[in-house]
Design a binder for this molecule. Structure first.
Ligand SMILES: *Cc1c(COP(=O)(O)O)cnc(C)c1O
Length: 496
């Protein structure tokens, strides 16, 4: 197999349409994760037109393409202003929240290393259990140690006392503290004021992961919601990430990393002149850089404007409150923590006569066409069901609540799936470091996932609850290895 013979564009697009038929709908608000459907007529066309206009450019070199710098400067100025940045605020457009966080960690790591030139120890990033995995990934890629603090099991928030204890335990190795506004899983905002003050007292940078909240919390506050201080207006906050491709309603591939001032940003950049080619300066992880997502975000921000964001947030407030109240009224379920919106998680109410198992509820909702994420128990936090509310969901709130009521009724009192204890005991003996591919595939099949026979039918089972329960019970290193194998099968030659 090599590149196919030339095909007609209509054939190619027809094939694309066929492939897309297997995808879940993106604009209905029924997929309550991954996509941020605004429900605004024509907004997709705005994004597409702007992306098309810069399709041929390369953001690698703003001296050749000054529009690349202009678009970025404008978006940074607008969003930086919204998020408490002063005259000095600077930023970088990236491909997503993960890249923004990698760059925040790189800046902090390199600043720490410059300040400790003879120190052989690895610097530390300190974050809460609830921090997004992007923080762990950044630490992994950049050879920085990750220290994780516990959150309060009731509030699901990270406290200043928790951060101070973590800082003191790690001593002078901490290069960065990362707080969430809000954390993705439960939609709860950490005590950014207290955490960043604890960091500043010790001369440590503090990054706020506002990837998902940055473009919605300011409008929630404007509407009167009790949003705690979380942005660059808090003195100890040195950087902040905010995704344009979430509640900025832009297509995927657009996020910003903001710094309080340019000196904080300097160690984020990477420059190289020691080769016989062009001198390189990269502000981001990528070098050649698409401008389409940034231009699309730039256009969407303006076409929506302040009024559009205000209007969409009003829809989110109403929809989130109705969903929260409607679901909390179902016996056997409870809201975890006190999410300010528009993300929330429901756990099982153990005190109820018929507790509802979140994994079963997720499956029962999926059969009714609503996709919510099942979240495993972790540390002091119980299993839960995650909902990200989109403006487009506003049209279907009564329908969603009815579906949850019906699904809850179906699974009420059913025991949560429990994995075979013998399997778990056997799994505990496995040495992940020496686990080979064929054995991993056999284990996957036992979990109800994957394709041990190589039939090319690797797919997800209809009921995910048993697989979720098994993954939750496995040692994380093994679960991660098996998921890696599963993913490889999806992309492999025999994939579905
Ligand atoms: C989405 C998200 C990220 C990661 O962003 P990607 O765009 O998926 O790379 C990080 N933090 C939070 C809180 C998020 O919601």
């Amino acid at each position: 197999m090599s590149i196919p013979p030339a095909r007609d564009i209509s054939t190619v697009l027809a094939r694309l349409e066929d492939l897309r038929a297997a995808d879940l709908p993106t604009d209905s608000g029924r997929v309550m994760a991954y996509v941020y459907a605004s429900g605004v007529e024509g907004l997709d066309d705005v994004a597409a037109a702007a992306a098309r206009a810069v399709q041929d450019l390369n953001g690698l070199d703003p001296t050749t393409f000054p529009s690349a710098a202009a678009l970025e400067r404008e978006v940074v100025t607008w969003v930086g202003g919204l998020l408490g940045g002063g005259e000095e605020v600077v930023g970088t457009a990236t491909s997503g929240g993960t890249e923004s966080i990698i760059l925040a960690v790189k800046a902090a790591r390199d600043a720490w290393t410059s300040a400790h030139p003879e120190d052989p120890r690895r610097p530390v990033v300190l974050a809460a259990r609830t921090a997004h995995p992007a923080v762990a990934k950044a630490a992994h890629l950049l050879h920085v140690d990750l220290h994780r603090s516990e959150v309060d099991a009731d509030t699901v928030a990270w406290s200043a006392a928790g951060a101070a204890a973590g800082l003191d335990a790690a001593g002078d190795r901490v290069c960065l503290v990362v707080a969430s506004a809000p954390g993705y899983a439960h939609g709860v905002v950490d005590d950014v004021t207290g955490i960043s003050a604890a960091a500043a007292d010790r001369g440590v940078r503090c990054h706020v992961d506002a990837c998902i909240g940055g473009l919605v919390l300011p409008y929630l506050r404007q509407a009167g919601a009790p949003v705690p201080a979380f942005d660059l207006s808090v003195p100890g906050v040195t950087s902040l990430s905010v995704d344009l491709h979430k509640y900025g309603y832009a297509p995927k591939g657009a996020s910003l990393l903001l710094h309080r001032d340019a000196d904080l940003r300097t160690p984020q950049y990477w420059a190289w002149t020691d080769w016989p080619g062009y001198p390189v300066v990269n502000s981001a992880v990528t070098s050649s850089k698409p401008l389409g997502p940034l231009a699309a975000a730039w256009a969407v921000l303006q076409v929506l404007g302040h009024d559009g964001f205000t209007r969409l947030t009003a829809t989110l407030i109403e929809a989130t409150a109705a969903i929260r109240d409607g679901v909390a009224a179902i016996p056997g379920l409870r809201v975890l923590g006190d999410p300010v919106g528009p993300l929330l998680a429901f756990g099982s109410d153990a005190a109820a006569p018929t507790p509802i198992a979140p994994f079963l509820l997720a499956d029962a909702l999926a059969t009714r066409g609503w996709i919510a994420q099942a979240q495993p128990a972790n540390g002091p936090l119980p299993r839960s069901l995650h909902l990200t509310v989109m403006p487009a969901a506003g049209r279907h709130v009564p329908e969603l609540i009815a579906a949850v009521v019906e699904a809850a009724h179906e699974v009420a009192g059913q025991p949560p799936p429990t994995p075979d204890p013998q399997l778990i005991a056997a799994a505990a003996m496995i040495d992940v470091a020496t686990l080979d591919g064929p054995t991993a595939r056999q284990l996957l099949a036992l979990a109800g996932l994957g394709d041990p026979a190589g039939t090319g039918q690797s797919s997800l089972p209809a009921a995910m609850a048993p697989a979720n329960a098994l993954l939750e019970a496995l040692p994380p290193a093994l679960a991660e290895r098996l998921l890696t194998e599963f993913w490889g099968q999806l992309f492999g030659p025999g994939g579905p």
